[in-house]
Design a protein around this ligand. Structure first.
Ligand SMILES: [Zn+2]
Ligand SMILES: [Zn+2]
Length: 158
């Protein structure tokens, strides 16, 4: 082999080396993102299972089946969250109801601002709810006294 060919050969093998190395680099980056993807997927699944376990534990706490003070204490914050969530949902319902209005006996839709029905001319009487309210002794939410369970925190009422 001449010196020139040697030099070219060495040059080529260096280039090949470089290609192999960058191929390895790409390979390992792919490998890392694959591993990360698995970690992400399993972490999401784990969070799902933990949530399910938590929901079941909280259900048992409400039923009085769990006596562990630490768990009971931790669950107390949920009652506060439930209260605000329920209260906000109720406000949304009320706002929706206000927007939808209500029906006159003639079938015409009335708003809460109407004084007289536009359909039959009758004086508008805003329907009153015939519901007796009590306060839940767990979360203090104002709730319908006919219910068996608090719709806010899930505790047994009657
Ligand atoms: Zn009417
Ligand atoms: Zn309650």
């Amino acid at each position: 082999m001449s010196n020139v060919e040697d030099t070219i050969g060495m040059g080529l093998s260096k280039i090949q080396d470089g290609l192999d190395k960058s191929k390895n680099k790409v390979g390992s980056i792919k490998e890392v993102s694959k591993l990360n993807k698995t970690i992400e997927d399993l972490s999401a699944k784990k969070a799902e299972v933990l949530l399910e376990v938590g929901i079941n534990v909280y259900k048992k706490v409400r039923e009085g089946l769990i006596k562990d003070e630490q768990i009971i204490e931790k669950c107390k914050s949920i009652v506060g969250f439930d209260y605000i969530i329920y209260d906000n949902k109720r406000k949304i319902e009320e706002l929706k109801k206000e927007n939808e209005g209500f029906l006159c006996s003639c079938g015409n839709t009335l708003t809460y601002e109407d004084k007289f029905c536009g359909g039959c001319g009758k004086k508008v009487e805003i329907p009153v709810e015939d519901i007796e309210y009590i306060n839940c002794n767990n979360c203090d939410m104002n709730i319908n006294s006919d219910l068996n369970f608090c719709p806010c925190c899930g505790v047994k009422i009657n």
